[in-house]
Ligand binder design. Sequence first.
Ligand code: TYD
Length: 210
Amino acid sequence: MYKKGLLIALEGIDGAGKSLLAQNLYKDLSKKNIDVLLTKQPGGTHLGKKLRKILHEKKEHVSDLAEFLLFAADRAQHFEQIIIPALKEGKIIISDRLSDSSLAYQGYGRNLDKEKIKVVNNWIMQNKEPDIIFYIEIDTKTAHQRIFERNQNLTSFEKEKAEFWEKTIYGYNQIFKDKNNVFYLDGKKTPEQIKQEALNIIFDKLNKNK
Ligand code: TYD
């Protein structure tokens, strides 16, 4: 048995392969009888699903600051309802996106005040950092090909221009450059390879926590 909960965040631009990795990790860990919870931001709670719809569709103009605050509201609800209780129960939580998405997308992509975003994020997350952040690296061209191949209605973010994505990728690299809980995964490897690399890192961490 592993003693305490573990918070794992998956980060990357749209089309990097986060959701597939999240599902693959969930399946493998569950098979090993590990108490694992799969969740996402935005949309992990009932309120979050409504906020996600607003942010995806953007039927009316949403200011950049309002956009951030809607993601922040989703995150606050998600933390209180899902993450904190699951950590207390000692679960392994896999969150498909967490606070660094706001810093990368709204802070760098939209040029909002990064220090203010950090303050709000820390407030929401009770100053807790994820134990592990997996950042799936992918170039914008490959990411876009994948998004178009999915053949679904594009979200407001997926319609963004290349410049937005370059700024967001630059942002992720800036945010992660001095952190020791971040592991880069090559988004061009096969889903199986990516999953295996991530699992090795998770088990390494779990064994250290024993
Ligand atoms: P979603 O369909 O959940 O996309 P993905 O599977 O890529 O996570 O939509 C979430 C979108 O919102 C995605 O484009 C990233 C963006 N986002 C932000 O801009 N800021 C945030 O804080 C979060 C959590 C997501």
